[in-house]
Design a protein around this ligand. Sequence first.
Ligand SMILES: [Zn+2]
Length: 324
Amino acid sequence: MKVHFETERLLIRPLEPSDAEAAFRWCGDPRVNTYMIYPLYHRVEDVRAWLEGRDADDPDNYDEGIVLKATGELIGSGGMRYHRERNAWEIGYNLRADQWGHGYTGEYLTALMDVIRRSRPIEAIDGIFAAENSKSRRVMEKLGMVWVRDTGYEKLDHSETFAAKYYRRNLPQPAELCDICGRIEQTRAGRNPYFVRELETGWVVLGDHQRFEGYTLLLCREHATELSQLAPDFRAAFLRDMALTAEAVESVFRPDKLNYELLGTGRARHMHWHIYPRREGDTPKPGPVWQVPDLNDDRWRPSAEKLAEMREALGQELDRLCGK
Ligand SMILES: [Zn+2]
């Protein structure tokens, strides 16, 4: 996409074929190229050919020129590209070597995220960098990204392969986009009467409608859609918290069986566990709870007194299981 905007120290604008000479100062610099997948450029004409041949209007790709306001010089390029299969924006950039170490990349990418968000949501940002490239690691850490897994990549011409790190940041969505984030905000502000306990990876809340007595949810602290989007340690802790919540529900509400379901809500699909205590003959025909037509009927809202009682019992049991 072609965008124009300013940050404190930078002017962001589309790259043009006439930028070839300026761009050659990083495209042709072995220091900048060390960890890049594209081969080193040896001629300005080849940079111009690249600039002429690229699709600058791709709505899933923001690859812009970075101009230093103080001097008017084009000092680098890059941006973010959307990857549909992982619903994430991957960051990428090149900066002239004499401009490293001033935080320009972070300044640009932070502002770019705001620009993209005006037209579409950003649920996650991703970055892959060579394990030995500590400069890129610092850029990603400053953007709030954390290690997800080790990986590797190869230069396009197969001349070299690198051990690499895959970093990610899942971004909370504005409450109007995500019911669950909205509910979490309400809980944090002490305005959710269904709130039971805060665990390491999320919030335990009772369901609004108690057609199945003891119906409880665990809202994931991260605005993520799938378990695969969570960092391994966090994911393991999230699953542990789910098992713990289920155990507390089981011992307080004494069902014949628990149903566990990890669902998302609305467009934002913020995952959350539904834990439904099930009892013999509790649905018109055997099967999941969703067949019940009045599942969310207001007559299943517990009274304030009943709610307080359930909250108390479940909270105490969670405390006991957590060793508190
Ligand atoms: Zn959310």
